[in-house]
Write a protein that binds this ligand. Structure first.
Ligand SMILES: [Zn+2]
Length: 391
């Protein structure tokens, strides 16, 4: 990193991010880079380009957005600790920001330079209030579920732990990049995590800088009651714009494309057409099956993204059987029609995670089963949902 030399002489008083106030007096801070993105701003007057780095800083007491005009050309990486002297603090759209300009001096710093923060000094936050990009918060929550998962990061294979935590206000999915030995049912006090968006909802991320303590958990819901929350109407799920531990029932009234046999990019798993991934170009596609179900309960409609295991189970056909059918008759609409006939009008019970966008709520199920088949109930359900009445 090519930065100014370490600051000589009497350093100005450093301010914790939690204590920042919008003010004309420049301050000094020590903070870790949580996110950083480089851009160029085009000057309107002469079309000249000015580089700017912006993102989020945290010192463990709070996080604050930063703007760094004319930053060094070497990349500034997530996790780097910076000491910035003579920075301006201002308020923008109701949130504080710091800006580094030509008068600021920025130098690398170390862990020991960060303020010592006791977990009890960090503000405790209800899960329902945590937003994307935040850090510098503490939560007390119940582990509703947790499972190990192996992922590829560049060339490496890394073990992480994924799950859901809940408190009385709501639930949040999490990914832990370090093994904290979490177990379902434990109550934990967590500080040093941060939140980032995943499939349209905030997700808690824990890494080697996070601290996890076991606590008694008085006042928290049990793992069982959080996992099996009340069955909700689809209108209610739409009104809350999704959620972590949704449960609802409804009737399959449609199938959105692409459903059935699809081809995926082996790199990024996006659906590919004619062997062309929009990110990776020409690839050797891998076959997969999926179903994008339109589910209606008479109060509203949402989309359920059934992956391969759920689709195979509901359909009663495996990927291998579908590929054999395609070899015998290479017309994909035959398979799609068969899938539609198997699913249309069937009542399903769904549990999973859902998020909303301009097209409505999409649910990624952990559990997806047909309700017991009763032909009369099935006919009644279809009629009710088509008429928009109660199921
Ligand atoms: Zn790809």
């Amino acid at each position: 990193m090519s930065l100014s030399p370490p600051v000589e002489g009497t350093p100005p008083v450093e301010v914790r991010l939690r204590d920042l106030r919008a003010n004309d007096v420049p301050v000094s801070i020590v903070a870790r880079v949580v996110t950083a993105e480089r851009r160029e701003i085009v000057r309107k007057s002469d079309g000249g380009r000015r580089p700017v780095l912006s993102g989020l800083l945290s010192d463990g007491t709070a996080s604050v957005r930063f703007t760094w005009w004319d930053p060094p050309s070497d990349p500034i990486e997530r996790g780097e600790i910076l000491r910035a002297v003579n920075v301006q603090v201002r308020e923008y759209q109701g949130r504080l920001e710091v800006s580094f300009n030509w008068k600021s001096r920025v130098a690398p710093a170390g862990d020991a330079d960060l303020p010592v923060v006791r977990p009890e000094d960090i503000p405790l936050r209800p899960l329902a209030e945590i937003r994307d990009g935040e850090d510098g918060f503490r939560i007390v929550a119940r582990v509703v579920r947790v499972a190990p998962k192996t992922v590829s990061v560049g060339e490496d294979r890394r073990l992480l732990h994924e799950g859901v935590v809940a408190d009385a206000s709501g639930a949040l999915a999490f990914t832990a990049w370090s093994d904290f030995g979490l177990k379902t049912g434990e109550a934990i006090d967590v500080s040093g995590g941060y939140a980032r968006a995943f499939r349209g909802r905030p997700q808690l991320v824990l890494d080697e800088r996070s601290a996890v303590r076991r606590v008694p958990g008085d006042g928290l819901p049990s793992a069982e009651s959080a996992a099996r929350g009340a069955v909700r109407s689809i209108a209610d799920v739409e009104a809350s714009r999704g959620g972590e531990l949704l449960e609802f029932q409804g009737v399959i009234v449609g199938l959105l494309p692409p459903s059935g046999l699809v081809n995926r990019c082996p790199e990024c798993r996006r659906a590919v057409r004619q062997g062309l991934c929009r990110v990776h170009g020409t690839v050797q596609p891998e076959p997969d099956i999926r179903a994008r179900l339109v589910v209606d309960d008479g109060t509203g409609t949402l989309t359920v993204q059934a992956g391969r295991p759920e689709t195979e189970r509901l359909w009663g056909r495996t990927l291998e059987q579908c590929l054999a059918t395609m070899r015998a008759n290479p017309d994909p609409t035959v398979l799609e029609e068969e899938l539609f006939e198997t699913l249309f009008g069937r009542r399903v019970r769904v549990r999973g995670r859902g998020s909303a966008d301009d097209f409505g709520v999409t649910v990624y199920p952990d559990f997806l089963e047909f309700e017991p088949a009763d032909p009369r109930a099935r006919a009644r359900d279809v009629l009710a949902s088509l008429e928009g009445g109660a199921p």
